[in-house]
Write a protein that binds this ligand. Sequence first.
Ligand code: NAP
Ligand code: GLV
Ligand code: GLV
Length: 314
Amino acid sequence: MARVFVSRQLPGAALERLRKAHETTVWSERRPPTYEQLRAHAAEADGLLTMLSDRIDAPLLEAAPRLRAVANYAVGFDNVDLAAAARHGVAVGNTPDVLTEATADLAFALLLAAARRLPEALASARNDWSDWEPTGLLGAEVWGATLGVVGMGRIGRAVARRGEGFGMTVLGSSRGSGSSLEELLARADFVSLHVPLSADTHHLIDADALARMQPTAILINTARGEIVDQAALAAALHERRIAGAALDVTTPEPLSPDDPLWRAPNLVITPHIGSATRSARERMAELAVDNLLAGLDGQPMPNQVSVTREAPAA
Ligand code: NAP
Ligand code: GLV
Ligand code: GLV
């Protein structure tokens, strides 16, 4: 039996399979472990099941001599230092596909919410609804508009399909295929981000990129906060250089209470709930457990994102 640490309680029954196979400790407090608490648990563990909010960096891996496998409960793995994991012979896995449709639905919900000013409309219905007004709460037409999908991977393609269903013209850009980012930004009425966070995509949407967008355009980010230069976004919204934004991801998470974004016009923010459907989260747990069981067994993980090397002989 190996020793396993799971950094949050997970929905569904997947953790039962882990408990049967290994000595499993599940963090049960309401708030997640701090970095120091995580590092202390990692120091004793053969395997970790971690959240996207857990930082698995070189010092943590350095302090975890027994560690062989990390199963991240997310499709994104920017929280894990993959190069350091490879140096330490630690396999790393993620949970793709099972959350694709749920996340695409949320991206589309945000697109519609920003287009039709739903946060303002909900508040108005409760607080100051007096008459049916020909010019009240006018928003953007989605049918016939152009949707720009940045990163035509699993989720990007699922969002593109939704766009087609809503009668939109879809432009997609990935490295080396589809439209150039510049062309997409200039033409799209809605720009939806679906690239992973990496050194290449950090601040991909910066002041220059925002300046290329139309003043009527709306930005949707369900990928990672750091892909957008948030100070530049706040300025563009306050100066009405773009028409709105909808963010499921921010830097940091949660966004600090004094962040200028909170006061920006036509901004929708949700607390990183892209994959938050019961079935997606249960299936993610199954995949993460499958990855961990395989990794601890010395087998390739079903969804492995790391290249493992043998740890150097002591
Ligand atoms: P994926 O299938 O790997 O898709 C990512 C796409 O981005 C690929 O098509 C990739 O294509 C493209 N790409 C990578 N680097 C690029 C660059 N520099 N410029 C343009 N395109 C680039 O991943 P996915 O499953 O769709 O997930 C995407 C991301 O969504 C995850 O990494 C995660 O951060 C985020 N996510 C968020 C939530 C949420 O709760 N909000 C839920 C799930 C996922 P090429 O490599 O061919 O360029
Ligand atoms: C969520 O953000 C994920 O990467 O799964
Ligand atoms: C609006 O409710 C309409 O009937 O046009």
